[in-house]
Design a protein around this ligand. Structure first.
Ligand code: LMR
Length: 322
């Protein structure tokens, strides 16, 4: 019996000594589509590596906000991150293609872009900046919430302070209607809304629900003014330090996590929209086809402003995927 216990101890000690720990930081809750998919990824990596690889998850921005996380990735403090496309745009401006107002019409078109020349181009650009994009993940189309007035047409946003994640395309889109974009990290938005420092914000149903933004807002316009998605990334330096078996194991886990993420993003956004309606008195402003046409046409007139940042070629490529 003693020998058996000794062998068990040696077994666990050897796993402990020879195991590698990789950290992943993100800003959303564990119960969001991204949070759930990252937990899924962790479980699969740890199980398939028989404990040789451990994944430590730091959610809710407890370790870094997304911009700090990109820097931490480069410095090897964390090994994975899943920032929004808008934030990785600090390094690769063309990722703002997903922020373009009304360029993408459907989730099908978004998914087609993930496996098209659009994604190959973005991956290549990211690599030049030292990042390896391992997967493209969904959240959903964004809606606008406001405190004091309903937003029916684009110019109703005039003069309102709206929190954004801070890409050029997102900010310019709001400036085109006279709104004042307020760039702040995700995890302080709730306090800004509570204190009345901002008038509104735009995000997906899952983020609005899991962060409780709806508690401090009175109107929600189903504007779909841009898409929120994520690049699951690592640094080139870290990726090249892994052996081919480790890379394969991570990619296999990520493939399954990605399929899971697409399902859960769709389900959670549907479910969280219903929950917002149940738990709040927010007035919901739906977009009928006439309203949608008005919004689309307003912003499409300005597309050329975005050509120098996103590139006309990339925009045309996305239009071909409709
Ligand atoms: C935001 O800052 O609004 C989003 O990028 C948060 C997230 O990761 O969904």
């Amino acid at each position: 019996m003693r020998i058996f216990q000794f062998l068990v101890l040696i077994f666990f000690l050897s796993i402990y000594c020879y195991s590698k720990t990789f950290r992943i930081s993100h800003v959303v809750s564990d119960n969001s589509p991204k949070g759930l998919a990252i937990s899924f990824f962790k479980k699969h990596v740890e199980f398939n590596s028989k404990g040789k690889i451990k994944i430590e998850i730091y959610p809710n921005g407890v370790l870094f906000d997304d911009r700090e996380a990109l820097d931490a990735l480069k410095r090897g403090i964390i090994q994975f991150a899943a920032p929004s496309f808008s934030k990785i745009a600090d390094y690769v401006p063309e990722f703002q293609i997903y922020d373009m107002p009304y360029l993408f019409k459907s989730m099908d078109q978004i998914h087609r872009s993930y496996i098209s020349d659009v994604s190959s181009y973005l991956k290549q650009k990211a690599l030049v900046k030292g990042f390896v994009v391992l997967a493209f993940w969904d959240n959903g189309f964004k809606v606008i919430t406001t405190r004091d007035k309903p937003i029916l047409k684009p110019l109703d946003l005039k003069g309102l302070k709206i929190r954004t994640q801070g890409s050029f395309v997102i900010n310019k889109t709001l400036e085109l209607v006279g709104a004042k974009p307020v760039v702040k990290p995700f995890n302080v938005v709730i306090d800004l809304l509570k204190a009345g420092i901002i008038d509104g914000q735009q995000n997906t149903f899952s983020n609005i629900y899991t962060q409780g933004f709806y508690k401090y807002q009175n109107y929600m316009t189903l504007s779909r003014l841009g898409f929120l998605g994520y690049a699951f990334i690592t640094s080139n330096k870290f990726w090249n330090s892994l052996n081919s078996k480790e890379k394969k194991l991570i990619m296999n886990a990520l493939e399954e996590a990605t399929a899971f993420e697409y399902r859960v993003a769709e389900e959670k956004n549907k479910d969280n929209f219903i929950r917002i309606k149940i738990h709040s008195n927010m007035k919901i402003i739906k977009m009928d086809s006439k309203m949608l046409k008005l919004w689309e046409e307003y912003f499409k007139n300005y597309y050329s402003i975005f050509y120098p940042v996103v590139g006309k070629k990339l925009i045309d490529e996305v239009l071909r995927l409709e």
